[in-house]
Design a protein around this ligand. Structure first.
Ligand SMILES: C[S@@+](CC[C@H](N)C(=O)[O-])C[C@H]1O[C@@H](n2cnc3c(N)ncnc32)[C@H](O)[C@@H]1O
Length: 445
């Protein structure tokens, strides 16, 4: 019944929008309205070029130098530190063993500019409102050296799963994943977060080069439908922002209705102050905020604007690193949820949030046996276990699911490493290392 009412509501809303605006408008006409004739031409021509790809390094696991030794033909990203543009025909980075070990995250070149422009601090409390599959949160975590706390929220349960897999692989420890419609929760969190990232759902014109279907599906109705959602989300975001805190708003749409117009909407309906983003030759500035467009930058496109809430807020127990300790080595600060054990951040009472994942998953009780999780192995396990360093050949065998015949001085659980970075927690009797790598991840390299 509820879904029928929702359907009817959407249908009536679409008719209303279609009557209100000229729904027969083409994407090109719309673009000319947004950015003018010559910019629109440049942009449309650039859409026929090949897509660019980028990689952001997990500097906890690999340095720029080590990465460049293995992949010398990549180019430095023009804006983002520890990031590189690469050609998919030269390197299949998604299939490389370094990807499996969490040495990097693959992301669209303009999308990774959003978090690079935010001055994340190690003791920040961050909310990433529309976070999945996680690019903005992941970069925030790298910049915060895995400290502070990030609440990474997404409305879609299945996309929270993608985010969760990425955090595990990369060994990120300072993120709690939540699965909320924040319009039902935000009132509990007035003036709370130091940084808020609102990478809003949008009509997605910045993805046109990737998909013809998206171009054919474009309509001005869609743009206005998303604008409604964006306006609601940006006011919610601002309400939750701390005085002195920074709100970053971004979309991958080229439509001014979803970009500059939403930014103006916040300025007109709050005391928000615009933050000046230092200019760069890659940026195109139409009005307020910056645009990355394929005509000026080797990426698909992104609109980015930042705001500050006036005032300042003293460091309080809610956001001070010593008061909510990062977590959590050993087993004294863990929380049992059904059969799972999580390393949780005790300092934050996350009332009203549907927790998809508390911090780091330490492991799972299977009948009477406790099985350590890959996420724990990759993040906090380093100081708690004896370490066995693997050769590349042994690593490949292990990732394929084989047990290793390797004489070693240990009995019980050990942490396997490769080039000193964590691979997994496994069990040994001193002669053989049993394979504990998750079955779903096993593959041949
Ligand atoms: C542009 S994508 C986010 C990409 C992500 N920030 C990243 O960097 O990987 C927009 C996301 O918003 C989510 N979403 C849509 N409506 C939402 C809402 N009302 N609240 C929270 N998330 C929402 C979608 O499920 C989608 O994952």
């Amino acid at each position: 019944m509820l879904s029928q009412i929702m359907y009817l509501y959407t249908f009536i809303f679409e008719i209303y929008i279609a009557l209100l605006y000229n729904n027969s408008m083409t994407f090109k006409e719309h673009l000319i309205n947004s950015i003018g004739d010559s910019e629109a031409d440049l942009l449309l021509n650039s859409l026929s070029k090949k897509s660019e790809h980028a990689v952001l390094l997990n500097t906890n696991k690999i340095s720029d130098e080590e990465f460049l030794k293995e992949f010398p033909l990549v180019k430095p990203h023009p804006i983002v530190k520890h990031a590189f543009i690469y050609d998919k025909e030269t390197y299949e980075l998604g299939k490389h063993i370094y990807h499996e070990l969490g040495y990097y995250y693959l992301q669209e070149p303009s999308a990774m500019v959003v978090s690079s422009l935010i001055d994340f601090k190690e003791d920040d409390l961050v909310l990433d409102m529309c976070a999945a599959p996680g690019g903005k949160s992941i970069q925030a975590s790298f910049k915060m050296n895995d400290k502070g706390l990030i609440i990474s929220n997404d409305l879609s349960f299945s996309r929270c799963g993608l985010l969760s897999n990425n955090l595990e692989r990369l060994g990120i420890g300072n993120v709690i994943i939540t699965n909320n419609d924040l319009s039902k929760t935000y009132l509990k969190y007035e003036n709370t977060f130091d940084k808020i990232v609102l990478d809003a759902p949008c009509s997605g014109s910045g993805m046109f080069r990737k998909s013809d279907t998206m171009i054919n599906d474009w309509s001005i109705n869609k743009v206005y439908k998303y604008q409604e959602i964006q306006k609601e989300l940006i006011l919610i975001a601002y309400y939750m922002l701390k005085p002195g805190g920074t709100l970053s708003y971004s979309t991958c749409s080229y439509s001014k209705e979803e970009d500059e117009d939403v930014a103006h909407y916040l300025l007109e309906n709050s005391d928000a102050e615009l933050v000046n983003i230092p200019s760069d030759k890659c940026f195109y500035i139409k009005d307020i905020g910056i645009r990355l467009m394929p005509s000026h930058f080797s990426g698909e496109g992104q609109y980015i604007v930042q705001f500050k809430k006036p005032g300042s807020s003293k460091i309080n127990e809610f956001n001070h690193i010593n008061k909510f300790p990062q977590l959590v080595k050993g087993d004294k600060d863990v929380k049992r949820v059904n059969d799972y054990l999580f390393a949780v951040n005790n300092g934050l009472d996350i009332k009203g949030f549907n927790i998809y994942r508390y911090g780091v998953k330490v492991g799972e009780f299977k009948k009477d046996i406790f099985k350590y999780d890959l996420h724990y192995a990759r993040s906090y396990a380093k100081d708690s276990f004896d370490i066995i360093e693997l050769t590349l050949e042994e690593l490949k065998k292990y990732l394929y699911g084989e047990q290793l015949n390797k004489i070693n001085p240990y009995k019980g659980y050990v942490l396997l490493t490769y080039k000193k970075t964590a691979v997994d927690i496994a069990k040994t009797d001193g002669q053989v290392i049993k394979n504990y790598y998750p079955k779903g991840l096993r593959k041949k390299f």
